[in-house]
Structures are given as C-alpha cells and as structure tokens.
Design a protein around this ligand. Structure first.
Ligand SMILES: *Cc1c(COP(=O)(O)O)cnc(C)c1O
Length: 408
C-alpha cells in the first residue's frame, strides 16, 4: 500500500465521548428499556423529520413488519415492492404470510419504476384479483429519494397504502410543493428507518416508524411490547395497583434506553454528517467525471440524497470483480451494488412474483427478464467508501486507484 497507510473501509460510524456518556447516563439511571430516553428520542426524531408520531423499535426490519401489519397485510395478500434491495425489505412481507410482487427499477436512480407499479395493478384488475394487492412498499435506495409524487398518485388512484422503507434515508430530502422536506414526513402512510452501523446514524441496532396516524402509532406501541395494554412507565408511576392485559398477539420489538440515549447524540451530529457526506459526494462527482465508461449517480432535481452509499456503474468493458479486487489489493474496501432478493436461495422455492402474470416462467434461476435492470445494477455497480471521517487524502487515493483499475 502506498500513500495511505491504513485500510479504507466502505463505511465507519461516527461516534465518540458524547455517545459513551449518553449510554452511561442511561445505565446509571437504572431505567434501561422503554423509558425516558426512548420517549425523548422518539420526540426528537419526529420533530426532525416533521412527523406527528415516531415509534422506536428494535431495528428497521421489525419496523417494516409492524408497518405492513398496520395497513392490514395478511396471509395470501400481495405487496408490490422491489427485489433490488437489502433482503429485509422482501422478508418483512413474508413475515406477514404475504407474497412480494417484485417490479423493476429505474437504471438511473436504482429506485422503483412507478410505471411498472401501475402495470401490475392493471394486470390484477383485468384478472379480477386486484383485492389481493394490499400495499406498496417502496425503498429510498441507498438514501436516494424515490419519485414519491408519482408513486402516491398511483396509490391514491387505487386506494393502496404506501410504506416507505427509508432504512438508509435519514436526512434525505424531497421537494414537495416548493419546499424541501425530510423523508419520513408522512406523505406516504408510514416510513421505516434503520440505525444499523452501515446507515448514516447508528444506535448499534435500532429502528423507527414515523406516521401521522395516531391509531397506528398506538398500535405500534402495543405490538412492540408483547401487546401489553399498559406501558411500563405508566405502571411504574401508578399510585394504585393496576394489572396489564394482553388483548392481542404482540412481539418483543423494543428499543432499549441505552440505544435511544446514543441515538439522541447521533441525531445532534446528523446535520454535520449530512454536510460532510454531500461534500464528499460532490468531490467524487467532480473527480471521477473523466473516467470513460464509468456512470456516476444521478440525483433528480427534486431530490437531495444523504449519500448513504456512493454507487458507480461500470459499463461492459469493465469486470466488476476485477475492479473491486484491484481496489482491495490497494487497501480499499468496496461493495458490489445492492442485491436482488429473487436471486437468493431463500427465494427460490418461495412464492414471489415478477409482476404481470400469468406467465410461463422460462427464465433461468437467478435471471428474470422482468427484473433485468435490477440484475444489471447488481452485476455492474460498485459502492465506494464514503464516511464522515474520510479525509481528502483518503478520497483522492480512492479516486486514483479506481482510475488505475479502470484502465483497459
Ligand atoms: C438496512 C436495510 C434494512 C434493514 O435494516 P435493519 O435495521 O438492519 O433491520 C431494510 N431495508 C433496507 C433498504 C436497508 O438498507
């Protein structure tokens, strides 16, 4: 390895003394789960994104599960979504006993193609099975906002709820009636966030649901705590003996106060993190512009990404694995583009649909004609290192090595 001595990771959480102190505060308080830190984190998060309600849970996958349950997804239903996402998106649909209906992405933004949503709905209407379609689960992939206006327009026409998988999209913004608004301010019905270390802020693990619907928010709070009718805080503070009841099947999807205390500190850092990530993304755009055949990310003029990942597309003349290996040999960690759930063994013998049916599926396993753009994106894109603490020197080194790897 040359100028840069240490290994450059793909991502690195930005945490320090304030987070350690916050965790200590929660531990020393003697109240370590579902207490005041969780309540405060929820309030601060709701205020940040501009939602009426925010409910903290154990991670984004459990958030997605509860969101789907809240809008009424049941066994036998269909949920329209993308295959081109982290597998948790599709898995959450299966947790409800429902079938994911995968539609393809737009090659420029790697996000769901709204026109294909409409195709699926029309197909089900024609075949008289439209009542099976219960919801649309969209993903703001690697922090780039989806075309929410177009999607909601279709959803409203067919009276379908929209859930936003905003796992990677905290701090991302969308232009709405002339105003920049945070993803998570409810335009869709429910948005779900992740605080896994690979995301923009972290609590170790953690998730959040935002909505403007008070009934759903109430429901989330019951479900995350075994369906228990009285929260711990209420029972603890009660002057009279009260007994809880369990009127429904619930789960243990709780966030701890230790995590929430850390999350509150991370939220304070978020504006600075976003500024830095946007600066680094701009630098990549400038410095990589002259590599022939390398396609840089596209940001629609109505979207501001948080650049959770910086994704470059290699044209046919480059070999994805070779480029990644050369970078790894030079001490730079990269990742291949986002996965496709339909290509995984976990989906091979399971029911999923690639959109319009009936069809005789003649595709090879792992190759679906209707999900061509999704597969292309997985096979020809590379995610580059991008994290708050990344120095200019480190970024210049990544640029230099990528240029060398792209010399054919
Ligand atoms: C990370 C991620 C998830 C899962 O989040 P967890 O908090 O790890 O459960 C879901 N969807 C997308 C798009 C993700 O990137």
């Amino acid at each position: 390895m040359s100028e840069v001595q240490s290994f450059i990771p793909i991502a690195k959480p930005w945490m320090g003394e304030p987070e350690a102190e916050a965790a200590k505060r929660a531990i020393m308080s003697g109240w370590v789960t579902q207490g005041p830190e969780v309540a405060a984190f929820e309030q601060e998060f709701a205020a940040y994104v501009g939602a009426n309600h925010a409910c903290a849970v154990s991670n984004c996958t459990t958030a997605l599960h509860l969101a789907l349950l809240a809008v009424g997804v049941q066994p036998g239903d269909e949920v329209i979504t993308v295959s081109h996402s982290y597998i948790a998106t599709a898995n959450s649909i299966r947790y409800c006993g429902a079938t994911p209906v995968f539609v393809d992405i737009e090659p420029q933004t790697y996000n769901i193609n709204p026109m294909l949503i409409e195709d699926v709905i029309s197909d089900r209407l024609q075949r008289g099975i439209a009542d099976r379609t219960r919801a649309i689960l969209i993903v703001h992939q690697i922090g780039m906002p989806c075309d929410l206006k177009a999607i909601l327009d279709i959803a409203h026409r067919y009276d379908l709820p929209v859930i936003e998988d905003a796992a990677c999209a905290i701090g991302s913004e969308i232009l709405w009636d002339g105003q920049w608004e945070k993803i998570g301010k409810p335009h869709g019905d429910i948005a779900c966030f992740s605080f896994h270390p690979r995301k923009v802020i972290t609590t170790g693990d953690g998730g959040m649901l935002t909505t403007n619907n008070p009934e759903w928010d109430k429901q989330f709070r019951l479900w995350r705590q075994h369906g228990m009718s009285i929260p711990d805080t209420v029972r603890h503070g009660a002057k009279q003996v009260i007994f809880e009841s369990y009127p429904m099947l619930g789960y243990n999807y709780r966030m701890t106060d230790i995590q929430a205390a850390v999350g509150r500190e991370q939220l304070k850092r978020l504006p600075e993190i976003l500024e830095r990530r946007r600066y680094l993304a701009e630098q990549y755009q400038e410095k990589l512009a002259d590599i022939p055949g390398l396609k840089l990310p596209t940001q629609p003029n109505w979207a501001k990404s948080n650049w959770q990942s910086f994704c470059v597309r290699l044209t046919e003349k480059y070999d994805q694995v070779k480029v990644m290996q050369e970078m790894l040999d030079a001490g730079i960690s990269t990742r291949r583009g986002i996965m496709c759930a339909h290509r995984e063994s976990a989906y091979q013998s399971q029911p999923w649909s690639c959109g319009v049916e009936p069809r005789a599926c003649e595709c090879e396993v792992g190759k679906c004609d209707r999900l061509w753009e999704s597969e292309q994106a997985q096979d020809h894109t590379v995610l580059l290192p991008l994290f708050h603490q990344m120095t200019q020197q480190e970024q210049d080194y990544v640029v230099k090595v990528l240029k060398m790897a792209c010399q054919v």
